[in-house]
Design a binder for this molecule. Sequence first.
Ligand SMILES: [Zn+2]
Length: 473
Amino acid sequence: MSCCAGTIYGLARKAAKAAAMVILTAAAPAFAQQTAPRDPAEPPQAKPQPKILPRPLGAIARQSIDEKSMRALIHNLVSCGTRLALSSWTDPKRGIGCGRDAIVTRLNEIAKDSGGKLQVVVDKFELTSERTNGKPIPLENVYAILPGKDPKLSKTLFIVSGHFDSRPSNVMDPDADAPGADDDGSGTVVSVECARLLSKAAAKGATLRATILFATVSAEEQGLLGSTHLVDWIKEQGYTVGGMLDDDIVGADSAPGGPHRVRVFSGNGEIDDADSPARELARSIEEIDGRGAIRMIFRQDRYGRGGDHYPFYKAGLPAVRFTEPLEDYNHQHQTPRTENGVEYGDFEKYLSYTFMGDVARDNAEVLRQLAMAPAPPTNARLKGAVTPDAKVAWAAEDDPERAGFEVLWRETTDPRWHVYDFVTEPGEAVLKGVSTDNHFFALRAVGKNGARSIAVPTEMERRPPPGPTPAKQ
Ligand SMILES: [Zn+2]
C-alpha cells in the first residue's frame, strides 16, 4: 500500500509542479524555451540566400464566392428527400436522380457562362458492395472538366470532389428521409462553386496549364463506390492525378469563436519519414492558403470513418480530405427525428455559409495555383551518405515556363519544408557541409509565374548495416 500511495503522491506532486511550470511559461517571454540549438552549424559557412519568387498574382478573393448559389444548390439537394444511392435514379422529385439533376442543371449554367470551356459529363457505371446487397447497382457520377492550356500538362488532373449521395441511420433504407445538407451537400457545392470560380478565372486569362476536374460522386456511403470508379475512369481517359481534394462535411462550424480553420487530413504513406504524396499535397495546401486557414492533421482520416480520398490514397496518389473543425454526430448519418428532446438529422439550418465559403475559396485557390505550376520533378534522389556533403539529384522535362527548382529541407522532427536553395536546371545540387542524416530533403518546380508544384521528397537507396551472417540451415 505504502509504495502505491507514495507513487500516487509522487504523481500528484509532479502534476502540481507541471502546472506551476505552465504558469511560469505563460508569464515568461514568448519562445523562452527555444534556446539557441547547441548543435554544430549546418552548413558551417553561411547558408545560401536563394531568390524566392512571389506566388502567382490574381488570387481568388473571398468576396468573389457566390454563397447565394451555394445555398440554393444545397436547398435543391435537400429537397430531394433522400439521395441514398439505393433510391431512385429516375424520379425527378425524390431520390438520388433528383440530386444528380440539380447538380447537372447548375453545372450547365456555369458551363454556359464559361464560354464553352467547361465540359459537363454524366458518367454511368455499376458496382457492388456489401451495402448494395451484394448485387451490382446502377450508379452515376457528375463531372465538370476544365481543360488545361498546356499540351503536356493538360494530361495531369487536379481534382476537387464531394459526394452527392446521403444516408439515413439505416444505410440500406431507400425510403427514409436523408437530407444530407452537410454530408455531403456541403462538399458537393464546394466542388461546383470551384467550377464556377476557376472557369471564370480561365476566361479572364489565368493560365491554368493542367486540367481541373470538378467531381461530384455517388455511393460514398455504400462503400466509396463512386470514387473507386473515378480512379479507374481517370486512368481509362489517359490522365494522371496531380492532386485530389476530397471535401466531405465542410459545411458547419458551430463551436464558439469561429470561423475556425478547416481540417485537412493526409495519410503518412508507408515510409518512415512521413512524406507520402498525400502529405506533400497537404503541405502545399497549407502553404497556399496559410496556417490561419488550414489545420493540417497528419492522419489519413478520422478514426472509424472513411472518405473518397481513400481509393486515391491507396493507389499512392496525392489525395487529402477537408472536414469541418468539430463535427456534430447528431447531425450525420441520422434519420431525422427528435428523441428525449434531442434533434437528430443533417439539416440546412446547421450550416454556416461563412465557413463553407472560406472552404470553397481555399480549395479554388489551391486548384488555381497547382494548375498553373510546372510538373513536379521526377526521380528525386539523395546521395552523399558517409560524406560531408548531401547531394540531391532529380530529373525534369524541358519547360520554357519554368523558372527553376527549390531545394527544400527540414529537420527530421519538423512538419514543414523550408527553402534551402534555388537552382535553375535539373541535375544535381551539392549542399556543401550539410549532412545527409540530420534533415529530410525534397525538390519542387517553380514556374516563372511563381506557382510551385507539390514537393517530391528525395529517396536514398537504403542499405541495412552489417550484421552476422545467418546460420546455414
Ligand atoms: Zn460524407
